[in-house]
Design a protein around this ligand. Structure first.
Ligand code: AP5
Length: 245
């Protein structure tokens, strides 16, 4: 009997230890999905709920473009054609960002990884140290075109609105910071067609990659209204117990 109690006690210690380790290891949430599927829209509230930063590689590039840095000039030449920026450039920028102190408890990745090479490099970097949740936003190309053609983004804080589905109070000013709203250069019809093509060819295979390698991929139907999608994203990121407000 004494031995049995001893075993139960030991098991309790091990389980408690594992739970503690899990709670303290950083959480990395990858938001995947085609252009316009809602990655940026949902990353923002998810970041507030989880208290971890939202990192969008597209926003990082656009910030560099605005500041006219050499990185920005290089990225612009790819982005305005609807092509991906080369892996080594993206990886250098992203890895420098996730080394920042605000990423200690984890982070939400929006628009990264986008190629198998990027996914493998990330796996290598965070393996055994982080918890991972991969959320795939599924939506048809025809809906995406409608969403992107109505999108306006803030020049200062990068928050985005939609002229029909999520209109700003003032059509030219951001509700959050009063920055100027604009339409992105790569949202023009011909560039968007190319972005969708590149997505299906180079990023699409990541769905099978994450299903096979880690089993952490969760699918969300992103064609539904914003609030419903957000609820599903929160649950898929394994934080369904957090209160939504
Ligand atoms: P990036 O900025 O990442 O663009 P993207 O992936 O093409 O995605 P978007 O920002 O266009 O869309 P989203 O999914 O965030 O949708 P949103 O929430 O805005 O990348 C731009 C470029 O940078 C790339 O093409 C590439 O060149 C380069 N790049 C970036 N990362 C790279 C990487 N890792 N490797 C190589 N190159 C890289 O929503 C869209 C609209 O829909 C909004 O108006 C929104 O209000 C509305 N909306 C959202 N959800 C709903 C809903 N449920 N109902 C109704 N409306 C909705």
């Amino acid at each position: 009997m004494r031995r049995l109690i001893g075993w139960i006690f030991m098991l309790g210690v091990i389980v408690a230890g594992e739970l503690r380790a899990d709670e303290t290891s950083p959480l990395v949430v990858i938001l995947m999905g085609p252009p316009g599927s809602g990655k940026g829209t949902h990353a923002l509230p998810l970041s507030e709920r989880l208290q971890i930063p939202h990192i969008s590689t597209g926003d990082l590039f656009r910030d560099n473009i605005r500041k006219e840095t050499p990185l920005g000039k290089l990225a612009k030449s790819y982005m305005n054609q609807g092509n991906l920026v080369p892996d080594e450039v993206v990886l250098g920028m992203l890895f420098a960002r996730i080394e920042q102190p605000d990423c200690k408890k984890g982070y939400i990745l929006d628009g990264f990884p986008r190629t198998i090479a990027q996914a493998k490099a990330l796996d290598e970097k965070i393996r055994k140290t982080c918890q991972l949740a991969v959320v795939n936003l599924q939506i048809s190309d025809s809906l995406l075109i409608e969403r992107i053609s109505g999108r306006v983004s803030c020049k200062s804080c990068a928050r985005c609105f939609h002229t029909k589905y999520n209109p700003p109070k003032n059509p030219s000013k951001c509700d959050s910071c009063e920055g100027t709203l604009y339409q992105r250069d790569d949202d023009k019809a011909e560039v968007l067609t190319k972005r969708l093509e590149v997505y299906h060819e180079q990023t699409g295979p990541l769905v099978a990659y994450y299903q096979k390698t880690s089993g952490v991929l969760r699918e969300v139907d992103a064609s539904q209204p914003k609030e419903i999608v957000l609820q599903a994203v929160v649950e898929a990121a394994n934080v369904g117990t957090l209160a939504l407000n």
